[in-house]
Every structure is written in C-alpha cells, then in structure tokens.
Design a protein around this ligand. Sequence first.
Ligand SMILES: [Zn+2]
Length: 111
Amino acid sequence: MGRWSNEPFTMLLKMLKEELLSDDADLPNTYYGANKVIQNLRLSYERIDACRNDCMLYWKEDNLLDSCKVCGESRWKVEKRNREAKNKKGKKVTSKVIYVFKDIFSNDMPS
Ligand SMILES: [Zn+2]
C-alpha cells in the first residue's frame, strides 16, 4: 500500500522479528514470504469506486456511471474552479475508492 519496495519491507519484517516479537512469533521473513501468505489465504483485493457520500458503489451495471444515482454527486474528484482532477496518465481520479477482499465477497456485495 505504501509503495515500499521489497527490500525495506523485508528489513521491517526482520526488525519486527528481532526487536519486538518473541522468538516463536510466526511472521514471514521476507516480502516474498509475506506475499505468499496473502496468496495462500487468497486475500486478493479489488478496488471499487464509491460515492463520496457513501450512497452507492460504481459496481456491476453501475460501473459506467459518472455521478451518484442517489445524491447526484460526481464520481470524480474535482479540483479548484470545478475542473476534474487528472492523474499523471491523464485519467480522471475517483473521489472515493473502497477495497474489497475478493474471495470474501466473491459474488454478492454487502448492501
Ligand atoms: Zn451519493
């Protein structure tokens, strides 16, 4: 999430193990090991855009909408002078995103 590269993440794991946790703590040793644990649990996540007022998700048939069906708020982040914010690649920026662990909510979303 913090866009750390593998090496500092591995260093953090090492520090946690050596300095903070007891010897029998079951923490992976490396970035690779930590990733492996997540994969084994199958906790991959999906980003879903949401209304900034939490009315709805831009999901399934609503995925193409540009504004909220409930409150009418724009899906996109707006900068000063009402211009839509763009990222470095020139794409519009969503005002709110939620992360859903895929296999927990594989078919049905919480309403
Ligand atoms: Zn809304």
